[in-house]
Design a protein around this ligand. Structure first.
Ligand SMILES: [Zn+2]
Length: 388
């Protein structure tokens, strides 16, 4: 409190900020004080003179002391608000180190480049940095312009001597590096340069953190892309399904065929149906439709298109659901898919027109129908070429 002009020869006590007394008669805006001084009024004292001596507005004394008027009496205690210039002053910086206020768009790398210092030296001058990437706009950075080293704040109750001991430097050397003659001259909060010491650990920790954050960002981006792809795929699938349903619904004139059975030839596997997808068409599940889709209600009996032996009767892992394959000999096979129920067993002989199962929607199917395939030597053919 060396700055108090009236402190000499008076009983002066510095208090920490106290609650402001209620204003009584005098209304003035509060002064930007930080510290109050208790002053005991002497017999010859006048308010104006005291105010002048302390360099404050007399109204501020009245206001602080809760007085209505300027009539004083000896022994009266006044609260004098003092603007504590020292407390307001920014911390002292070591010579060769400059303060820089972070502006929008600043990066640590750009600042280091602009001032011609290394990133490690910049981090050493600011060892409390939390990140190499995120700077707080408006915050202060120390730029080690002419002097490099670790910059630390002098702690409460700490002196330059303590720091010298901690970092193994001579007190004189440390004082010189900080431009002071008296190692006790610095106050808590003042910044101290520890010459020749670099915050390598801090820097490496920040580098590791930066790398970890970069990886986390990449991973998050990868997940996001994956999710977008999944959503797009799902949308495409839904759209295909809707289109298939619309196509089915929009078949204005249902192609209902009455089946005629011809001795020796192939017969239609259903009595009554509507063709919804032709051979070679595109479906939600196939680019090239390998059979003929015949829509009919679930449970409609499915007849063998031709006499033959049951080659397959069971569940398909590739989308046919419950299905039956008949071997008609000579490399000719027929396949009946998406059944709700199978009516034959493998190895069994069936005559043309015998029930092999019932229409359903098992496997990859969007509605009740029979998917009918004709294969010759394992190659799918257009069933319409074989049907009456
Ligand atoms: Zn089909």
């Amino acid at each position: 409190m060396a700055l108090l002009p009236a402190a000499k020869g008076m009983e002066v006590k510095v208090l920490s900020p106290i609650p402001r007394p209620e204003p009584k008669a005098v209304e003035v805006p509060p002064a930007p004080h930080k510290v109050w001084v208790v002053y005991e009024v002497k017999p010859e004292d006048a308010l104006e003179a005291i105010a002048r001596r302390f360099g404050v507005d007399p109204r501020h004394i009245l206001w602080s002391s809760g007085l209505k008027n300027a009539r004083l009496y000896p022994g009266q205690r006044l609260l004098i608000p003092i603007v504590d210039e020292e407390a307001d002053a920014p911390p002292r910086l070591p010579p060769g180190v400059e303060a820089y206020r972070v502006r929008p768009g600043d990066t640590l790398e750009a600042i280091a480049k602009r001032f011609g210092v290394s990133l490690l030296d910049l981090v050493s001058a600011n060892p409390t940095l939390e990140s190499l990437d995120r700077l707080v706009v408006g915050s202060e950075l120390y730029i080690p312009q002419k002097a490099q080293g670790l910059v630390v704040a002098l702690g409460e109750g700490q002196t330059l001597l303590d720091l010298a001991e901690r970092f193994g430097l001579s007190p004189v050397e440390l004082a010189r590096a900080n431009g002071v003659k008296d190692p006790l001259a610095l106050r808590p909060g003042d910044r101290v340069l520890i010459p020749g010491v670099q915050a390598k650990t801090t820097y490496e920790r920040l580098l590791a953190k930066q790398e970890a954050e970069r990886r986390a960002r990449l991973e998050a981006e990868r997940k996001r892309q994956e999710e977008l792809r999944r959503l797009a795929e799902e949308r495409r699938r839904q759209q295909a399904l809707r289109q298939a349903q619309t196509r089915q619904a929009q078949a204005v004139r249902p192609q209902v065929r009455r089946v005629s059975y011809r001795e020796g030839g192939m017969r239609w596997p259903l009595f009554s149906f509507r063709i919804t997808t032709y051979f070679g068409g595109r479906t939600p599940f196939q680019r090239f439709h390998t059979g003929l889709d015949l829509a009919a209600p679930t449970g409609t009996p499915i007849y063998a298109a031709k006499a033959g032996r049951v080659e397959v009767a069971g569940w398909s892992s590739v989308g046919y659901g419950f299905h039956v394959v008949l071997d008609h000999g000579g490399g000719l096979e027929t396949l009946y898919a998406h059944m709700s129920r199978i009516a034959v067993r493998p190895g069994q002989w069936v005559e043309a027109g015998e029930v092999v199962g019932y229409v359903g929607s098992t496997g990859w199917s969007t509605g009740s129908h029979l998917h009918f395939e004709v294969r010759v030597n394992g190659i799918v053919k257009n069933p319409l070429s074989y049907l009456p």
